[in-house]
Design a protein around this ligand. Sequence first.
Ligand code: S3P
Length: 453
Amino acid sequence: MTSLPLAGEQSRSVSQATRLRGEPRLPGDKSISHRALILSALADGECLITGAGDGRDVQATAAIVAALGVTVERVRDDGLNVDYRVVSPGADGLHEPQDVLDCRNSGTSLRLCSGMLAGLPFFTVLDGDVSLRSRPVARIIEPLRLMGAALYARRSDTLPPLVVIGRPRLQAIDFTTRVPSAQVKSAILLAGLRAEGSTTVREAVATRDHTERMLRSRGIEVRREPATSPGGGPVAWTLEGGARIAAQDERVPADPSAAAFWLVAGAIHPDAQLTLRAVGVNPTRRAAIDLLARMGAQVGETAVGGASGEAGEPLADLTVRSSELRGIDIGPDEVASAIDEIPILCLAATQALGKTTIRGAGELRNKESDRIAGIAAGLRALGAQIDVDGDDITIEGPSRLVGSPTQTLDDHRLAMTFAVAGLIASGSTSIGRADSAAVSYPSFFTELERLQA
Ligand code: S3P
């Protein structure tokens, strides 16, 4: 690995918009794109992945699986999404990488690839940029060690770089996650594929279930208990080790976390009407849509593509128009389901009548930046009333936002939140290191300009 650059370097200015109209193009779901690459790497044969998000995070996972001996070919890219042709010899044909594996800014690459590598007989080192080196890894070291892999990390096994010494045969475990985390759950399930017996992961709150759906669609039996319930509530996932993953083509749906920026932009702007096509509306990912509706946002939803949709996922066309919002109370379970959308929901709350409380948001401190500190500082700079008390955030609205400089802490979701704020703030809002948006949404600023045309 050569350098450890910060994710973004450019600044951008966004001016107040007179109207917003159109259909922003969305990146392929980031979570599903990572998983499609990893599952294709573990399957023996060829898979075509269509419409993967071409953000830097997914590119990091593509480079990691390529370093293990998988052919990863970019067969089409349009500056936002990419089609990959992946040809793998299967899990037993992969080889030890010659270099450090660079996860760049991507916590998902770090955690999910650790789960895959735990079941492969290699010595690997996973590293990344300055932000990634502050992301917690004890949460994956503990279960993967119990399964028989050896893992070591800096600062008494808490921070990357992370060393994984895997074994081709692991022990199955029955593990309850300490924090609601789809990354931890997925790492354990991926390792469980290479374990003897049945591996169970229990979570107090159901987190995104893409890994489970995608494993099922590739022929792996993944049991859920209770068998059916909407998102939220305790759930246990079980799979049997030793089964082979089928090579299979994947179509990646549009990313609901990216869509959330436009849903909020449309709801808070006084003259807006936006449409978002074929967005993933998986029950474990759609909390932001439902929270916005609870705030009074005029969001329309039309199911598309049949009941199961792409990659085993339900899809919908979404519309949003200018809305009168009101403050709501968001509890810890809802925070877990809307973890990536909390920054943009905080912006929505600044335009809602009354008080919005977001309780138990501590996990936001462990993201690409300390998102609680970052969102509070940025929204305050724009004139919002936002208070932080421990892990709870309170926002009093509505506030008239005034264009000002904002700092993104090199965090893509903060950069995009402050850019959307700039559409309604008077004057001009400058966004430091705005280029970090390309971590998940390469054409974000192009879409932002197009909607104002
Ligand atoms: C992700 C899970 C979430 C989320 C991240 C993507 C995933 O992280 O914040 O952007 O793809 O599994 P945690 O599982 O750590 O909450």
